[in-house]
Design a protein around this ligand. Structure first.
Ligand SMILES: *[C@@H]1O[C@H](CO)[C@@H](O)[C@H](O)[C@H]1NC(C)=O
Ligand SMILES: *[C@@H]1O[C@H](CO)[C@@H](O)[C@H](O)[C@H]1NC(C)=O
Length: 218
């Protein structure tokens, strides 16, 4: 009696777990972020998140040509044959792909992308203090924060209005910082030397994250 009473719920329970696990790995997780109700995404970063800023500045860049974008049958300015992590995050949140800030025809109704291929966390001046002088793009997190400031400065007015407009936005800071190390290695710095840069790179990213949080309410 006891066993016949306890076994059906146990059985149902395991089926439920299997079904929810099955759902999780099949369809539901594709839109898992939609339950967060984000209404916009703002992205800072480098080539891992750039959806076309670099090619706006450098139309002759190799990222503006196939095979980049080959799964779309056209190059999109992404340093990828297809989508980037931020595109999957946008899809999951139910938000259109982010247009790059430097695209003058971009549609920014659902946020935008400030990430720039080759960007560094630290500014060129700060990298120079580490004797890293080869900084090809010269675009750092502080430059992207300047862009973000200019953008919010023209699209919302005052704390209340900005919070109303940006309060449900997702702010993504990174991936960023990889190029600070890449450029140092390209200048033949040793792993030991590059390791000493890590705390300052991390601190720069932390500060940028705080500033982006403040900027949403400027
Ligand atoms: C940068 O280079 C100068 C001159 O070679 C050297 O004295 C200094 O220690 C270097 N600084 C760093 C952080 O590597
Ligand atoms: C921000 O916007 C105000 C008002 O339009 C303008 O006067 C100011 O110059 C802007 N600041 C920056 C740094 O763009």
């Amino acid at each position: 009696m006891a066993s016949s009473k306890s076994s059906p719920p146990g059985f149902v329970f395991s089926i439920l777990i299997i079904i929810s696990f099955f759902n999780f790995i099949t369809c539901n997780n594709q839109h898992i972020l939609s339950s967060c109700n984000f209404d916009a995404i703002y992205q800072l970063g480098d080539s891992i998140a750039d959806t076309g800023n670099d090619v706006q500045d450098n139309p002759s860049s190799k990222f503006a040509r196939l095979p980049y974008g080959e799964t779309f049958k056209k190059a999109t300015g992404r340093c990828s044959d297809g989508l980037l992590m931020i595109d999957y995050i946008a899809l999951s949140a139910g938000i259109p792909f982010l247009d790059p800030y430097l695209n003058k025809d971009g549609l920014f109704d659902y946020g935008l992308n400030f990430a720039f291929a080759g960007a560094t966390a630290m500014s060129a001046e700060d990298l120079a203090k580490w004797n890293v002088s080869f900084v090809p793009t010269g675009i750092s997190l502080s430059r992207q924060l300047d862009w973000m400031f200019s953008y919010f400065n023209t699209t919302c007015h005052g704390n209340k209005d900005c919070f109303k407009k940006n309060g449900k936005a997702l702010f993504m800071v990174g991936e960023i910082g990889g190029n600070d190390y890449n450029y140092a290695f390209l200048q033949r710095k040793t792993i030991k030397e590059v390791k000493t840069m890590v705390p300052e790179v991390v601190e720069t990213i932390k500060q940028a994250t705080k500033v982006s949080f403040l900027l949403r309410n400027i």
